[in-house]
Design a protein around this ligand. Structure first.
Ligand SMILES: Nc1ncnc2c1ncn2[C@@H]1O[C@H](COP(=O)(O)OP(=O)(O)OP(=O)(O)O)[C@@H](O)[C@H]1O
Length: 272
């Protein structure tokens, strides 16, 4: 399924956490403008896959490319907007909603003072997630779902070509989910590619071009929505066996692992 100009390409990606293999040969590609949902049971490796894509978890085998550049050499972080798995947007820092969203411009202009167009972009992103009226409130005073929307605005504000979102709908009520689905639809209409970790497709389903189902650190299924087994837990044993087979075929690639020394994610300007 990969194309020459994929914005994300993982090939036979392996990763370990706490000394335990978590990804055991994941192939994942996202083409420009494509919306791909990563599905799977708890612990199947969805978040770890996303973290290897953004470089916060190093590969122990396989290859990673972003916008055609090997991951270890990729520096154009302003092209990517990232919403990490649900954390608090407040982080104990007494910042306003506007200030947190403005940090999403950092990869674009460094620590220079915000210019008029930066300020306009912050307002636009806040408006997109329905939080313009709360712009000057302290993030610590927002609900969990509202804080999630702040993180989404922060990912949008740099005008990314690729959005990577780890369970953006977690803790967000139904009405706000619809707001976010509309926001995402506008981004997709602009040609932005999206990689989403989801538990269920929900209101985003109509936007999704392809679903990739993980089980136990392997891709169990990769295809249009509707062709995907519903869970990585109990179904698709044959597919699982097939995935094991594919995985064996990819063993040759393991010596191309990213150099762990290049994985200091504090250098790359992406907010994690
Ligand atoms: N820091 C860590 N140290 C050791 N093991 C970890 C660590 N973080 C995650 N794991 C393990 O790695 C596996 C994959 O975790 P991951 O978070 O990628 O799963 P997930 O598919 O995103 O799950 P969920 O749906 O629960 O978010 C799990 O078995 C988990 O226990």
């Amino acid at each position: 399924m990969s194309t020459p100009n994929d914005v994300i390409r993982l090939t036979a990606a392996r990763a370990a956490l706490g000394g335990r293999p978590v990804l055991r040969g994941v192939d994942l590609s996202v083409a420009p403008g494509e919306v791909v949902a990563l599905l799977g049971a708890n612990g199947s490796g969805k978040s770890t896959t996303v973290k290897t894509v953004v470089g916060s978890v190093p590969l122990t085998g396989g290859e990673r490319e972003l916008f055609g550049t090997p991951g270890a050499r990729f520096r154009a972080w302003h092209r990517i907007g990232y919403v990490p798995q649900r954390t608090t947007a407040a982080g104990g820092v007494p910042a306003t909603v506007r200030e947190v969203v403005a940090t999403g411009r950092l990869a674009r202009h460094g620590l220079l003072p915000l210019r008029r167009r930066d300020k306009a972009a912050v307002n636009q992103a806040l408006d997109a997630v329905g939080l313009l009226a709360r712009a000057d409130d302290s993030v610590a005073n927002l609900s969990g779902g509202q804080q999630q929307r702040v993180l989404i605005a922060r990912a949008l504000v740099g005008g990314p070509e690729l959005l990577i979102m780890d369970e953006p709908m977690a803790g967000v009520d139904l009405a706000s989910q619809q707001v976010l689905a509309d926001t995402l639809r506008r981004e997709v209409a602009k040609g932005v590619a999206v990689l989403l970790v989801l538990h269920e497709l929900g209101p985003l389903e109509p936007l999704i071009d392809r679903t990739v189902l993980l089980r136990d650190g392997l891709v169990l299924h990769d295809g249009p929505p509707g062709t995907t087994p519903t869970t990585g837990d109990h179904h698709g044993q044959e597919l699982h066996d097939h995935a094991h087979h594919d995985h064996a075929l990819h063993d040759h690639a393991h010596h191309h692992a990213d150099d762990p020394k290049t994985h200091d994610h504090t250098q790359h300007g992406l907010l994690i």
